[in-house]
Design a protein around this ligand. Sequence first.
Ligand SMILES: CC(=O)N[C@H]1[C@@H](OP(=O)(O)O)O[C@H](CO)[C@@H](O)[C@@H]1O
Ligand SMILES: [Mg+2]
Length: 521
Amino acid sequence: MDLDAVTKQSALHAKPDGLTLQYGTAGFRTKAEHLDHVMFRMGLLAVLRSKQTKSTIGVMVTASHNPEEDNGVKLVDPLGEMLAPSWEEHATCLANAEEQELPRVLLDISEKAAVNLHQDAFVVVGRDTRPSSEKLSQSVIDGVTVLGGQFHDYGLLTTPQLHYMVYCRNTSGRYGKATIEGYYQKLSTAFVELTKQAFCSGDDQRTLKVDCANGIGALKLREMKHYFSQGLSVQLFNDGTEGKLNHLCGADFVKSHQKPPQGIEMKSNERCCSFDGDADRIIYYYHDADGQFHLVDGDKIAALISGFLKEPLLEIGDSLSLGVVQTAYANGSSTRYLEEVMKVPVCCTKTGVKHLHHKAQEFDIGVYFEANGHGTVLFSKAAEMKIKQLAEELEEDKKRKAAKMLENVIDLFNQATGDAISDMLVIEAILALKGLTVQQWDALYTDLPNRQLKVKVADRQVISTTDAERQAVKPPGLQEAINELVKKYRLSRAFVRPSGTEDIVRVYAEADSQQSLQNSS
Ligand SMILES: CC(=O)N[C@H]1[C@@H](OP(=O)(O)O)O[C@H](CO)[C@@H](O)[C@@H]1O
Ligand SMILES: [Mg+2]
C-alpha cells in the first residue's frame, strides 16, 4: 500500500472539515456536493474488501428514489449481496477520517480485517443517471487505482444489474455472463420459455405501461424490450427525456402518496407499474371503472408469487420449504392472507433489504418483499439442484413440466437482490400463465387503510425499538401511549422508528377503516 500516493491523491478529493456521515441501510446518501471524498475512499475500501475476500467487489453510485441533487454510494459483496455489517463500520470510519488520519485508518482496517495486501484486487463500478454520478464514479475509480486495484467501469447500470455482474464474476460465469447483453439474454430467455405455455390472451393483456421515474430504468428497459417483445409489450413513461428524476413519479412517490405518478396516461383497468430511480423497486397500480386508484404493492407481489410457486412445488412432490419474509410495514391483511389462506410461514425482520435477504436464505425458497416493492425470491443451492435434476429426470410429463417451470423461475429472478425489471417479468409471466387481470390479482385480499408519516425531530436516535421495529423501548412511555391509542380501534396497529436513510422518524398506522385510521393517526 503506497500511503504517500494515497495521501497525495486524497488531497484532490479532500474531506470538508467536520463533515460526518454514516454508512446506513443503503450506504452513504446525502447531497451530491458533499460526496467526492466519500467516493474516493469507497474506492480504497473496495480494494481492501476485494483483497480480503479474494473476489470482485462492486461499487454503485446512486441515491435511488431520493431527489436528483442527492447522490450516494454502496458496496456490493462477492455474491451480489449487501456489504457485511463489520465492513459497514470500516466504511463509516474511513469516510469520517480527517485527511491526516487516512493512512492510519487504512492500516487499522487492513489489520483488523486481516487483509493480505499482496493479494490482487478487482472492482466493478456502476452508476445511475444523476448529473453528478459520472464525476463521482470517477472519484471511486481514482481510489481504486491509487491502491493498485484493477477495475471495470460498467458506466450506466441499474443497481440490480451491478449486483448481477458481481455475482456472475465471482461464480466463474455459472450464474450468467457478466455483461449487459448477458443479463438481457438470461432474463429474456427465461421469460419467453416461461410464458410459452400461457394461454394467448388479447393484446391488451400483453401491454404494460411503465413509469421509469425519469431514471436509469428507462434506458435499460428500452434496450431490453426487444428481447422479450413476443411475450410482452412495454410502453415507457417518464423516460428521462423531459422530467426530473423521481420528481412526482416513480415507485416511492406512488407508494407513499398512494396516487398515480405524473406523466402517465391511465385508462380504466389498465395495468401500470412504476420503478424507482435505480430500478430496484416496483409497484403496480390501476384505476377502476369508477376512476378510483388502486395500489398493488410489494405485499401483493409477494402474495401473487408465493401462491404461484406453491402449485408446481406441490406437483413435483418434493418437500422444499417455502417462506415469506416481510417487515413491520407489511399490511396486516397481507400477513393474515399469507398465513391463514395461503398457509405459508411468514417472518418479520427489520427494515432494509439486507435483513430480509438474510432471513429468506433460511428457506429452500425464500420470498421477500418490502411493502414499497423491493424484493425477490431466493432459491437455496439444494433447491436449485433438486429442481434441475427433476426437470431432467422425471418421466411423468406433468411433474417434469412443473420442474421445468421452476427452473425458468429461478433464472428469471435476480438472486442477488430485488430487481424491478426481473420482478416485472416474473409478475407478467404469472399473470399471463394464470390468466389473471390486475383487478383479479388485487382482489386476493383487501388492504387495511394505512398511513405513513415522516416527522422531523431534533435527535431521531432517542427512539429505539425491538421486535423487528414493531415496539418502541425508548423513550419511556412512548410504547404505552401507542398501545392506548391502538386498542380503541379494530385490527389496528401502529409503530414508530428512526429512519436508517433520512434524518427523520417514520410513523406507521393501519386500522380497519379510513375513519379509525384518521382518528388514531
Ligand atoms: C419505510 C420505507 O420505505 N423504508 C425504506 C427506507 O429505509 P428507512 O430506514 O425507512 O429510511 O429506505 C431503504 C433503502 O432504500 C428501504 O429498504 C426501506 O424500505
Ligand atoms: Mg432503489
